[in-house]
Design a protein around this ligand. Structure first.
Ligand SMILES: Cc1cc2nc3c(=O)[nH]c(=O)nc-3n(C[C@H](O)[C@H](O)[C@H](O)COP(=O)(O)OP(=O)(O)OC[C@H]3O[C@@H](n4cnc5c(N)ncnc54)[C@H](O)[C@@H]3O)c2cc1C
Ligand code: FES
Length: 288
């Protein structure tokens, strides 16, 4: 069992859970993820490691409530425990001294790109950060990101905070202005696709982090298949980071849409059962 030792509501639908997991914290590296099971009868879900503290033995998981399991997770409080947590999984980011780099985070992808930006900074790179969210209330970790960045940029789709733009706009301006050795773009697939296309115009290498559907996270089940440069790769063991110019984005986006209806139904059922019994934990657990 993995105890929750801290909780923070970063945005109306974005929650941080600090989990006691000393083994995971000890080995964690930028770009890696964990697979957790919230309750015994629950499903396995992958979440990126947003942060960790090796001395305290804790890891920070940041998630957006999009479906049944993340809605259930949001009901967990300090003192509760996760049933299981496996990790760290996936290949770590390739951190080197590249010179000037840019880290682009979209939505909850900000949490995933943060440790990458930190590691790149520690390796002596000049780091530009670009954060984008739909609106002001969804922005989080602005200060944490700014502390790593030589030029922090924040934009919102609706213009409710800082610059009104999609992340690709300031990215294109940056690439036009100076030579950037490598870009990391992490966020929704559509944002990563367009960030990759932007980088292509400037012949800049771009690394994206593919959060495809995962089951076992060990390369055995084949659920996380992605097409990279015309070849099949497994996001859990070959990734999650890949060359953004080689990803078959249309296939990935199509695969992500496949499960939308069943996810919506599961969430509706979870909410109905939670309301019907009026109890936070019992209702949540029955529905999961
Ligand atoms: C590596 C990785 C790790 C992840 N880890 C987690 C996790 O730990 N926890 C979790 O809950 N989820 C995780 N996700 C899920 C992922 O971020 C989801 O897609 C998320 O729910 C989307 O966030 P959002 O709804 O805020 O995005 P949106 O608000 O729809 O988009 C965010 C930003 O992306 C940009 N953008 C969007 N569309 C475009 C476009 N067409 N062109 C250019 N820019 C665009 C905009 O600047 C926008 O503000 C992860 C995803 C990835 C890729
Ligand atoms: S999640 Fe099963 S092979 Fe990757």
């Amino acid at each position: 069992m993995y105890e929750i030792v801290g909780k923070e509501q970063l945005a109306p639908v974005t929650t941080l859970l600090r989990v006691s997991a000393p083994e995971v914290a000890r080995k964690a590296q930028a770009g890696q993820f964990v697979i957790l099971i919230a309750i015994e009868s629950g499903e396995r879900i992958p979440l990126t490691l947003g942060d960790w503290d090796r001395e305290k033995g804790t890891v920070d998981l940041v998630f957006q409530q999009v479906g049944k399991t993340t809605a259930l997770l949001a009901t967990f409080e300090p003192g509760d425990s996760l049933y299981a947590l496996t990790g760290p999984l996936g290949r770590p980011s390739e951190i080197q001294h590249y010179g000037t780099v840019a880290c682009v985070g979209g939505g909850v992808g900000i949490a995933a790109v943060y440790p990458i930006a930190r590691a790149l900074r520690s390796a002596g790179n000049k780091v530009h950060t670009i954060m984008g969210c739909r609106s002001k209330d969804l922005i989080f970790w602005e200060e944490k990101m700014a502390a790593l960045s030589d030029e922090p940029l924040v934009c919102t789709d609706d213009g409710s905070y800082k610059r009104k733009a999609l992340v690709t706009e300031p990215l294109a301006e940056l690439l036009e202005r100076e030579r950037v050795a490598r870009v990391w773009a992490v966020g929704p697939a559509i944002m990563m696709k367009f960030s990759a296309l932007t980088c292509k115009r400037y012949e800049t290498p771009v690394i994206v982090s593919l959060n495809s559907i995962m089951v076992d996270g060990t390369g055995m089940c084949g659920a996380c298949r992605v097409e990279i440069g015309g070849e099949t790769r497994f996001a859990c063991v070959d990734g999650p980071e890949f060359d953004g110019h080689l990803v078959n984005w249309d296939l990935l986006l199509e695969k992500q849409r496949l499960y939308l209806d069943s996810e919506r139904l599961a969430l509706e059922r979870f909410r109905e059962q939670q309301c019907a019994c009026g109890s936070r934990k019992e209702g949540a657990h029955e529905a999961a």
